[in-house]
Design a protein around this ligand. Structure first.
Ligand SMILES: NC(=O)c1ccc[n+]([C@@H]2O[C@H](COP(=O)([O-])OP(=O)(O)OC[C@H]3O[C@@H](n4cnc5c(N)ncnc54)[C@H](OP(=O)(O)O)[C@@H]3O)[C@@H](O)[C@H]2O)c1
Ligand SMILES: O=P(O)(O)OC[C@H](O)CO
Length: 349
């Protein structure tokens, strides 16, 4: 590697996605500091080059070094990859504010919306950041399961930001033969697509758990994308983004992959397990649960019809029976499919 291009990068969050992205950066020749809050796990990463809990069987490159002290992990870096669940974003941004001695670009890779505040993740970071410590905010999103990225299987993602020069730098940091990175200036669309597909993936798991077939899954994904695009466009997204990697692309991978935590949790619900049992079995973050609450609140706030999101909300938070939820979706008033598409076009700026 050209030594001018080699950088020190911090990845904050040593779960499955943070570790997989650390591997992409390490493959690109960068010195990667992987910060985590679990001393035993970080010791394991440094001693054995493994992260057994989150990526069993995977050998980590030696240029990934684990840290438990964030201030140490941030020394000399200008880019921090923020790879923690949505609910931990505020806390970790506050830590970066405190521990960074120089301005950094934060690249968030999380897929969620905060319930109640209804903020996208870049908005949460913007609200929390000290601008002297966090100069730019970039999102990296798209159809990408950690389990396949660590095998170096072909993967494509998109980066977006209010500052597309910062996004282009992040594209350069990550792009390689196995990990292709696009840019898209539609920050709202990229974040909304990545977050809301988790709702539909939970529902897709339920459909599969109930034993329905491909017809039902195709219907769910198509109508799911329609409601994501309807809401996203009203919120200011470009409708075309929903036909891209962070829209249909991520919806496909999350609704159809056995790697998906959202699909797997939904599958258990469809088979009759409780939400608590499904989340316990997963042991990793299932973002779709909180995001369903946020999606339900957003539908009310913007007065947008989101029948699948509403049905799932009732299953998750009001103990509605999953079969009854499917029946209620199938017996809605008849309508024209074109109505939605026209609504989306009307909302587009
Ligand atoms: N996994 C994927 O393939 C994938 C792909 C694309 C996007 N994403 C997104 O990436 C985000 C992270 O997902 P993930 O799959 O990596 O989750 P995960 O495997 O469950 O790991 C989450 C990590 O965040 C850490 N963490 C949680 N709260 C923290 C806090 N307050 N301070 C510091 N660390 C904290 C956890 O530490 P502990 O171990 O101590 O709990 C764990 O290391 C999610 O928004 C997800 O949607 C995931
Ligand atoms: O495993 P999931 O369901 O959290 O999905 C992970 C990624 O968002 C897929 O692109």
């Amino acid at each position: 590697m050209n030594m001018d291009l080699k950088k020190k990068v911090t990845v904050a969050g040593a779960g499955s996605w943070g570790t997989a992205l650390a591997m992409v950066l390490a493959d690109n020749g960068h010195d990667v500091k992987l910060w985590g809050n679990n001393a035993v796990q970080i010791e394991e990463i440094n001693q054995t080059h493994k992260n057994k809990k989150y990526l069993p069987g995977v050998e980590l490159p030696v240029n990934i070094v684990g840290f438990t002290d964030l201030a140490e992990a941030l020394e000399g870096v200008d880019t921090v990859i923020l790879a923690v669940p949505t609910k931990a974003i505020r806390e970790v941004v506050q830590k970066i504010n405190k521990d960074a001695n120089q301005p950094v670009t934060v690249v968030h890779v999380s897929k969620g919306i905060e319930p109640d505040s209804l903020l996208r993740i870049s908005e949460i970071i913007e609200q929390e950041r000290n601008e002297e410590k966090i100069s730019d905010i970039v999102v990296l999103s798209g159809p990408s399961h950690a389990e396949e990225v660590v095998l170096r299987h072909p993967t494509t993602v998109t980066v977006s930001s209010k500052n597309m020069e910062a996004a282009a730098k992040v594209q350069d940091l990550f792009i390689n033969q196995n990990f292709r990175v696009y840019t898209n200036p539609d920050l709202i669309g990229v974040e909304i697509g990545g977050a809301l597909k988790n709702i539909i993936a939970l529902a897709a798991g339920i459909i599969d758990g109930l034993g329905y077939g491909d017809n039902a899954k195709a219907a769910l994904m198509t109508r799911g994308l329609a409601e994501i695009a309807r809401l996203g466009t009203v919120m200011g997204a470009n409708p075309l983004t929903f036909s891209g990697l962070t829209g249909i692309g991520d919806l496909i991978v999350t609704c159809t992959s056995v790697h998906s935590r959202n699909w797997r949790a939904g599958n258990m619900l469809g088979k009759g397990y409780t939400l608590e049992q499904a989340l316990d079995a997963m042991g990793m973050v299932v973002e779709g649960v909180r995001t369903t609450k946020a999606g339900y609140q957003l539908a009310e706030k913007y007065n947008v019809k989101m029948p699948i999101t509403v049905a799932l909300y009732k299953v998750l938070f009001e103990h509605k029976d999953v079969q009854a939820a499917v029946d209620s979706l199938m017996s809605r008033d008849k309508k024209s499919e074109m109505e939605d598409l026209v609504d989306i076009l009307h909302s587009a700026k």
